[in-house]
Design a protein around this ligand. Structure first.
Ligand code: AHM
Ligand code: MG
Length: 328
């Protein structure tokens, strides 16, 4: 079987936009380097904690910071990249005076990094938007403005998944050569599913509609779902979204009484937006429980939001639990 390389795919898909081709290639190259650093971290003394906290108040791992630097260095020379918004850096990094058409790159350098020490899959998530007003240093654009989003998953293989809003395509990095080949063309999310993912340890914090939905799932064949509902929790959103793009499912990180003050757990600009963009492009749905994630007006670069995404009918059903609760 002949597979296109990422380079071939990008140059045929983005014929008129060489600067975007360069940017995606730089991101993909950064992900290859991060993958290498993750796989070799134990030899370099790069596991464990860095002893610092990020803007979210979360302990940083050495690899969070290393991954951030790798993306910055790999993409920072792109003449059309105006700014970087990273989970690990409080301030927006402006690289130039913004001009119309310049790119803005939002990224989570190492999602799921609490899994590093236990050797469970982690990844890099990214989103690209474009400057619309010259001279305006504005990175707070809603998710519908994304022109491209994707992630790299560092699991048994390193896979780079990408969408410009139509198809979602996955490219596996071939060990030895480091070339990415199109191995997962046109990934789609089935409309229905019997699999959900949530951190059930937080049950006492959940709002009523989430608790009712999960309780109904757990009742299995004897409950309102009338079937066995399988459960998964990896604690790396990037790995959960990949599973959903491969075999369907639903992922929830809802607002609850413990994270409500912050607005939720996951970050809008570099976690929820890019994943919502990919899931919608693959035929799925992404919601807060009340509204479409891509329609959320951002208020700050590190804003957190509730996230419910995956198979379309299942997300709609969870929204109905919220509507019923609102009406009662
Ligand atoms: P991170 O970006 O600091 O790794 O945090 C985000 C991660 C998600 O990947 C995952 O879904 C969630 O946090 C796991 O949370 P929990 O610790 O409640 O299982
Ligand atoms: Mg993350």
């Amino acid at each position: 079987m002949t597979q296109d390389s990422l380079r071939q795919y990008l140059s045929s898909t983005l014929k008129n936009d060489p600067a975007l081709v360069f940017l995606i290639e730089d991101i993909a190259a950064a992900c290859r380097d991060i993958s290498y650093r993750v796989r070799n971290a134990a030899f370099a003394g790069e596991l464990g904690s860095a002893g610092s906290v990020n803007i979210q108040g979360e302990a940083q791992k050495p690899l969070d910071l290393i991954a951030n630097d790798i993306v910055e260095q790999s993409c920072g020379q792109n003449s059309k990249l105006a700014a970087l918004v990273s989970e690990e850096i409080e301030e927006v990094t402006w690289l130039k005076t913004p001009e119309v058409g310049d790119y803005l790159l939002y990224f989570d350098p190492l999602d799921g990094s609490s899994n590093l020490d236990v050797d469970v899959s982690v990844g890099t998530i990214f989103s690209v938007m474009q400057v619309r007003d010259a001279q305006s240093k504005d990175v707070l654009k809603q998710g519908t403005e994304q022109i491209c989003a994707g992630y790299a998953l560092y699991g048994p293989s390193t896979i780079f998944v990408l969408s410009f809003g139509q198809d979602v395509n996955g490219f596996t990095c071939k060990s030895g050569t480091g070339t990415y080949y199109l191995t997962h063309p046109k990934m789609t999310v089935p409309a229905t599913t019997s699999e959900y993912a949530i951190n059930a340890a937080r049950r006492d914090y959940w709002e009523a509609p989430v608790r009712e939905y999960i309780d109904d799932c757990m009742l299995g064949v004897n409950g309102p779902r009338a079937r066995f509902m399988n459960m998964r929790w990896i604690a790396s959103m990037v790995a959960e979204v990949h599973r959903i793009l491969v075999r369907g499912g639903v992922f929830l990180y809802p607002k609850d009484s413990n994270n409500a003050k912050a607005g939720g757990k996951l970050r809008l600009m570099y976690e929820a937006n890019p994943m919502a963009f990919l899931i919608e492009a693959a035929g799925g749905k992404a919601s807060t429980g009340h509204a479409r994630i891509l329609d959320i007006p951002p208020t700050e670069p590190h804003q957190r939001v509730p996230v419910i995404l995956g198979s379309r009918d299942e997300v709609t059903l969870i929204e109905e639990y919220h509507q019923k609760n609102d009406a009662s």
